[in-house]
Write a protein that binds this ligand. Structure first.
Ligand SMILES: Cc1ncc(C[n+]2csc(CCOP(=O)(O)OP(=O)(O)O)c2C)c(N)n1
Ligand SMILES: *[C@@H]1O[C@H](CO)[C@@H](O)[C@H](O)[C@H]1NC(C)=O
Ligand SMILES: *[C@@H]1O[C@H](CO)[C@@H](O)[C@H](O)[C@H]1NC(C)=O
Length: 629
């Protein structure tokens, strides 16, 4: 071994162990800290973290978000105290801050969150870190074309998650030689051993089968770790580190039953004494190597369309196609707009972007969970404006990733096509009928539901600069253009698209049902019943004021119509906005059963959300309130 290893690395490990134990020592017997108690999960990674942060990684410890820095993701997020302790060792955090761990006013939470600058994305729901690391590594290699590397630390228990293997495939397919996964094979999970126990050679075979360079090391040997982590890579590299859970705590080493437990005080004291006695004296201060400054500066502000939409009145286009055209247009003028899709680019029409900007299109294949994680990785440190598309129905399987994207304060844009019954012949398996409910429940989400080409183009433009998770819901069928190209759109601003003086009912509809509502309004006029039609444009935030004001003007009568299940959709959004209004009568039309295959117009009729159903509902509302008088 040509490596020069001196006592300082060992000291770092030991000091670091001491920080962890300072935390746990202080937490002992404190019932308020019952959830912050993963000492054994931290102990197995002490040497790994020390070597990574003081030997391998190049970064500026005083500026953790510097875009030239190497990236680190703690996928086994419950080992957060180990991460916090390392940042004490770098000087970024004060040791005293560690004592606030998990307290309600502390930014050191039970699992890592971006409240800390050294955390890019939240972890804690296991199995998601590697996908995000893939997005960062892809960005480093193909968009930034820079030297920074990406390191991801995983637990062996979390490797049962399928999402880990989606990420493994992605990394090798795209030859992410700047990505290193360190697998902490400590044999144990929470209530049981991990299925492969300490069979490191089985992990190696699996990693190799997935196209990775895989090296087995003793995860407690600083020397071995330094050696393998400084080897040049031509492939994504897996460091399969055989470790002992609870290493350094004799009573807990390699034993089930200690996961997530605080140490009894006397045990912590004993371990602390032992560590202190092993610290070697060295005057050397550890400082990580500086990063190579070869990342381009990037500004994601002022991402705009250079011109108004060019659709003409009467023209017809499906909103999904308008999405692809808008995205390609946005990409034409903004170099950092990138698009992801999961083998559906000729369904979602992200293929229009792909054809025009092939170097900024990332095919994620049929792995939607990983696609969302990769999107988060590409968006991290404000490197790219990311749009990821697939069928609306398939985002449901990535809901845990979306939840974590919200906690991560990620700025990602998602487009779900083929929403609702208008998907037609494909049948219910491909119909997104729960997507609005799902995205409405995400605190950072904005939901765009455009109804024509113009509003779709505006949604794409607005999403690019709207923070948080943006979701654009598009439909399969062609729809008429109803807006002028100079119409101004804003998040949270509804449009009144049909009205007269003596309207009797307000109809709120979006996407395909907006066109049905307009047809119903025309038809009823001959009745003669006049109705007002509102396009909410965004379902979240909902323009409550406009909806309530117009409902008042139509004698408190309001009807919602949506191509979605009743639960959690537009109707529920409107109804919860009206809880304080008296004298309002709200009726809702939505999909109440699992639909079947058929032509879109047949399905809209059968499930009661087409123009006839709307007309009928309105007649009933008008006549029943007349009878009541
Ligand atoms: C998706 C998910 N499932 C379950 C948990 C609960 N949980 C937290 S840690 C853990 C065991 C993790 O084992 P491993 O990945 O081997 O990490 P170790 O603590 O052994 O280092 C479990 C089941 C979780 N946080 N996320
Ligand atoms: C998608 O693209 C493939 C390959 O070009 C083609 O065979 C298929 O018909 C396309 N599907 C649709 C729905 O356009
Ligand atoms: C209804 O009124 C309560 C009490 O004034 C208020 O806190 C709440 O925000 C209101 N809800 C809506 C949806 O306007």
């Amino acid at each position: 071994c040509q490596l020069f290893i001196d006592a300082t690395y060992f000291n770092a490990t030991i000091n670091f162990g001491q920080h962890i134990l300072t935390v746990y020592g202080s937490l002992c017997d404190s019932p308020s800290h019952t959830l912050c108690r993963y000492p054994t999960s931290c102990c197995s990674v002490a040497e790994i973290m020390s070597v990574l942060f003081f030997h391998t990684m190049k970064y500026r410890p005083e500026d953790p978000r510097n875009f030239n820095n190497d990236r680190f993701i703690l996928s086994k997020g419950h080992a957060a105290p180990a991460l916090y302790s390392i940042w004490v060792e770098t000087g970024f955090l004060k040791e005293s801050e560690l004592l606030s761990l998990c307290q309600v006013d502390s930014t050191l939470e039970g699992h890592p969150t971006p409240k800390q600058q050294f955390v890019d994305v939240a972890t804690g729901s296991l199995g998601q870190g590697l996908g995000v690391a893939c997005g960062m590594a892809y960005t480093g290699k193909y968009f930034d074309k820079s030297s920074y590397r990406v390191f991801c630390l995983l637990g062996d228990g979390e490797m049962s998650e399928g999402a880990v293997w989606e990420a493994m495939s992605f990394a090798s397919y795209y030859q992410l030689d700047n990505l290193v996964a360190i697998m902490d094979i400590n044999r144990l999970g929470q209530s049981d051993p991990a299925p492969l126990q300490h069979h490191v050679e089985k992990y190696q075979k699996r990693c190799e089968a997935f196209g990775w360079h895989a090296i087995i090391v003793d995860g407690h040997s600083v020397e071995e770790l330094c050696k393998v982590l400084s080897q040049p890579c031509h492939q994504p590299t897996a460091i399969i580190a055989k470790t002992i859970k609870g290493k350094g705590i004799p009573a807990a080493e390699d034993k089930l039953g200690w996961h997530a437990k605080t140490l009894p005080k006397d045990m912590a004291d004993m371990v602390m004494k032992d560590l202190q006695s092993r610290i070697m004296s060295s005057s050397k201060h550890l400082y990580p190597p500086a990063p190579i400054e070869d990342s381009p500066p990037v500004s994601l502000r002022n991402i705009r369309m250079p011109s108004a939409p060019s659709y003409k009145a009467g023209e017809k286009i499906a909103t999904r196609k308008a999405y692809g055209m808008a995205l390609a247009k946005l990409g034409r003028y903004n170099e950092r707009v990138v698009a992801l899709d999961g083998d559906t680019n000729n369904l979602t029409y992200s293929e229009i972007f792909k054809n025009e900007h092939p170097n900024r299109f990332v095919e994620c294949y049929i792995a939607q969970q990983n696609m969302v994680s990769v999107a988060m990785g590409c968006a991290a440190r404000e490197r790219n404006v990311v749009f990821a598309s697939t069928l609306a129905s398939f985002f449901t399987r990535a809901y845990d990733q979306l939840r974590m994207a919200a906690i991560s304060e990620s700025n990602i844009n998602l487009c779900g096509s083929h929403c609702g019954l208008s998907t037609g012949e494909e049948g219910p398996a491909l119909m997104g009928l729960e997507d609005v409910a799902m995205f409405r429940a995400l605190p950072t989400a904005t939901i765009f539901y455009p109804c024509d080409g113009v509003s779709t183009e505006k949604a794409v433009e607005l999403a690019a600069t709207t923070k948080g998770v943006c979701y654009i819901r598009t439909s399969r069928q062609d729809c008429a253009i109803i807006y002028n190209s100079n119409e101004d759109f804003h998040v949270g601003q509804a449009k009144v698209v049909y009205q007269s003086k003596d309207d009797q009912v307000t109809v709120v509809a979006a996407g395909v049902t907006l066109h049905e509502a307009l047809a119903a309004a025309e038809h009823l006029k001959k009745g003669p019943i006049s109705v007002r039609v509102i396009d909410p444009f965004t379902l979240k935030p909902l323009d409550v004021k406009t909806i309530i004001d117009h409902t008042r003007a139509t004698r408190g009568r309001i009807l919602t119509v949506e191509d979605h299940y009743y639960e959690g959709g537009l109707g529920e959004a409107v109804s919860s906005a009206m809880v304080n209004e008296s004298g309002f009568s709200l009726h809702r039309l939505a999909v109440s059963h699992i639909p079947r295959s058929g032509k879109p117009h047949e399905l809209l009729k059968i499930y009661g959300i087409d123009r006839d159903a709307i007309s009928q509902a309105i007649r009933k509302m008008v006549s029943s309130s007349t009878n009541a008088k």
